[in-house]
Design a protein around this ligand. Structure first.
Ligand SMILES: [Zn+2]
Length: 138
């Protein structure tokens, strides 16, 4: 298990959920829904040690969940690092922290679900409602 997997296993154990909104609420990280225009999905901010996650209210339900989980990834994996806005093209970013946050998001959303015997990665991830464009991060 690497740091991302260990962090997620612990979070689910402590909080009793893999729902990014509920994890954020229990961690007292405010999630604010705002109009961030057409390209920005969200961002993470920490002022005076008070963390907050800002999410574009134009996103559909899955993308909003993914964006919150991605920003939680920055909170847990990249403390003190200034992180860029999450944009649609961030999904194809080669930047290490962005890829780590994407992977964190996918792993958190999957939670404790496991592939069934003989199930392909693709059908498992689709069963977990993960769109195909994100399978690369699993
Ligand atoms: Zn990011």
């Amino acid at each position: 298990m690497d740091l991302t997997e260990r962090t997620i296993t612990q979070l689910i154990k402590i909080h009793g959920t893999n729902d990014p909104m509920r994890v954020a609420a229990q961690k007292r990280i405010e999630v604010l829904f705002e109009d961030l225009g057409k390209n920005i999905w969200g961002y993470y901010a920490c002022f005076n040690r008070i963390p907050s996650i800002h999410i574009n209210f134009r996103l559909d339900e899955f993308r909003a969940r993914f964006a919150i989980a991605h920003e939680l990834g920055h909170h847990f994996l990249h403390p003190g690092i200034n992180t860029p806005f999450l944009r649609k093209n961030t999904l194809f970013s080669i930047d290490k922290i962005e890829r780590e946050a994407n992977r964190f998001a996918i792993k958190l959303i999957i939670g404790n679900s496991q592939p069934e015997y003989g199930e392909t990665k693709k059908s498992f991830l689709l069963r977990c409602c993960i769109p195909e464009e994100l399978h690369v991060f699993y």
